[in-house]
Design a protein around this ligand. Structure first.
Ligand SMILES: [Zn+2]
Length: 340
């Protein structure tokens, strides 16, 4: 699994450490596996997002160990791994990330993993990503803008340049139908890594697939009986619900919660919220921006919660919350916010 260079560097550093530690024993482990550093035993698969951790564990079952780099309650968008975590990634069997620009640090991790023989998976592979629009709250303009060009996308660079103000929306897992693609990608990775557990993986994957299809039906049902189809939310994580279910988010900050809204944008949300008589406003499980509270006060809206599935809170961990239970919580919360 490790390149010669990597093992050589590791052994060299162990040797140096050993030499400094004069009282230490001279025993060197005989196995080919490098000795553990002071960290915990290495996990088999490392990931960056709660939904990925959950799907890997659900399909992998007892035979797979998964570690999420981002601590509970953290922000997966702006997270940076420590040097120790970089070593843990290099020692794992696989590194699974969302991609689509979600993890700002991922390029440097992939570069440093080159030649280490570690499997990597971009979980959004095969999903047609929507374009998030950082600048506008409405998105008619985004659609028209794309149509205007009308040319074949022959020159990738040219297209990227033209749409420099738009970014791919990485939050595809919040759409249960796209979540099926995540599950399939993860299932295939696990088969490649540990073919000996194929029967168990297949059975778990089939169960998850069924559950996601049921969840999709529940989502459709909730939307079909809702009075409203618009909601105000603190960060623009829920665009995929617009494409799939026709629910329009009015987001206070951009695709990443650390993209602060301008004064003008805040004013727009307040005016929109007032003109639409919005009586609820959503914040998220891991982050309640002050500006969201201020807007809620301004328009007299009750604050409700949505779960972005990016990270769990400590409470989620205590209650054993998973993708399915948290998404059902979102459906319940939307029932409340979208009905008079
Ligand atoms: Zn997000």
């Amino acid at each position: 699994m490790f390149s010669k260079n990597f093992i050589f560097t590791l052994l060299l550093s162990l040797f140096v450490l050993g030499a400094c530690n004069s009282g230490g024993s001279d025993d060197v482990p005989q196995q080919s596996q490098p000795a553990e550093t002071e960290s915990e035993a290495t996990a088999s698969i490392i990931t960056t997002t709660f939904v990925l951790e959950d799907f890997i564990q659900t399909i992998g079952g007892e035979n797979v160990e998964v570690t999420n780099l981002v601590p509970s309650g953290g922000d997966a968008h702006s997270f940076e791994p420590t040097a120790q975590q970089m070593i843990e990634i290099a020692e794992a069997d696989a590194f699974v990330y969302n991609g689509a620009g979600f993890e700002g640090f991922v390029e440097s991790v992939l570069n440093s993993l080159q030649g280490e023989g570690i499997l990597t998976l971009e979980a959004t592979t095969g999903i047609s990503l929507r374009q998030g629009n950082e600048d506008e709250h409405g998105d008619e303009t985004a659609d028209e803008h794309e149509d205007e060009h009308g040319e074949e996308a022959t020159d990738q660079e040219h297209v990227e340049e033209e749409h420099a103000h738009e970014d791919a929306d990485p939050h595809a897992w919040l759409d249960p139908v796209f979540a099926l693609q995540y599950a399939e990608n993860i299932y295939e990775l696990l088969l490649e890594l540990y073919p000996e557990y194929e029967n168990e993986f297949t059975s778990n994957y089939t169960d998850l697939k069924d559950a996601l299809e049921t969840l999709h039906n529940e989502f459709e049902e909730m939307v079909s009986t809702a009075d409203r189809d618009q909601f105000i939310v603190s960060h623009a994580g829920y665009g995929y619900w617009e494409d799939r279910y026709g629910l329009e988010q009015i987001a206070i900050s951009g695709l990443s919660p650390t993209n602060e809204p301008s004064q003008r944008q805040v004013q727009e949300v307040i005016e929109l919220g007032e003109s639409l008589y919005m009586d609820h406003l959503y914040v998220e499980q891991n982050f309640t921006p002050q500006v969201a509270e201020m807007i809620a006060n301004e328009i007299g809206a009750e604050v409700l919660y949505l779960h972005n599935l990016e990270v769990r809170t400590d409470e989620d961990i205590e209650t054993g919350a998973n993708y399915l239970s948290l998404m059902r919580g979102n459906i319940e919360s939307l029932k409340q916010g979208l009905n008079e």
